[in-house]
Design a protein around this ligand. Structure first.
Ligand SMILES: CC(C)(COP(=O)(O)OP(=O)(O)OC[C@H]1O[C@@H](n2cnc3c(N)ncnc32)[C@H](O)[C@@H]1OP(=O)(O)O)[C@@H](O)C(=O)NCCC(=O)NCCS
Length: 164
């Protein structure tokens, strides 16, 4: 039996820099270091539940995902569910099933936490990203004007949702 060269591993404080580098390389928006390190915050007020993984092709980190659980709060602004904040694969490693594997991990966590919806924001000019999510069953919900700040891409975003 041949072993797949694609594996997911946890994000730790000591490989956060790798995750940020992959994200900066792929996305037109550069998230600050604090955005990544918030996942390890010990501040009780910032205690969110994140799902994150790095994807490896052999020994090389080539992609990653970070999603966040929005619990069912009666006065919450956002709908309850899991929000994909980052899901990226370096260009030379695309179309090998790595993005799908990262998404499957988020879907599993969504089910583990009894959630029924996964949300993601995609820039309106990212037609490949939009198509990819749509082939995975995500449905466009609304368009948000000027959602992204300091971006090299479109500032407008489409919200997509996968219902399970
Ligand atoms: C969107 C993105 C994450 C997809 O990653 P990916 O690793 O190329 O995704 P996959 O390989 O799983 O799927 C891409 C397509 O490759 C093909 N594919 C999947 N597995 C494959 C394999 N083992 N061998 C060959 N082709 C394969 C399929 O056609 C697949 O399409 P499908 O979803 O209809 O099955 C990646 O293109 C990316 O990082 N884009 C830039 C960032 C972005 O746009 N993110 C979205 C906003 S957050």
């Amino acid at each position: 039996m041949t072993r797949s060269p694609i594996n997911l591993d946890n994000v730790y404080e000591n490989n956060l820099g790798t995750f940020k580098k992959i994200s900066d390389t792929v996305l037109p928006v550069s998230y600050p270091e604090k955005f990544f390190s918030d996942q390890f915050s010990t501040d009780a007020k910032q205690k969110e539940l994140y799902f994150s993984k790095l994807a490896y092709f052999g020994e090389v980190a080539v992609g990653g995902v970070r999603a966040k659980l929005i619990a069912n709060k009666s006065k919450g602004v956002k709908a309850a569910g899991v929000y994909i904040e980052i899901l990226v694969v370096l260009e030379p490693y695309r179309s090998k099933g790595i993005g799908s594997k990262l998404l499957e991990y988020v879907i599993d966590e969504c089910k583990n936490h009894f959630q029924h919806q996964i949300f993601v924001h995609v820039a309106t000019n990212n037609s490949e990203g939009l198509k990819w999510y749509e082939t995975k069953g995500f449905v466009k919900q609304e368009e948000l004007k000027d959602y992204y700040k300091d971006t090299r891409g479109s500032p407008d975003a489409v919200v997509l949702c996968l219902t399970m």
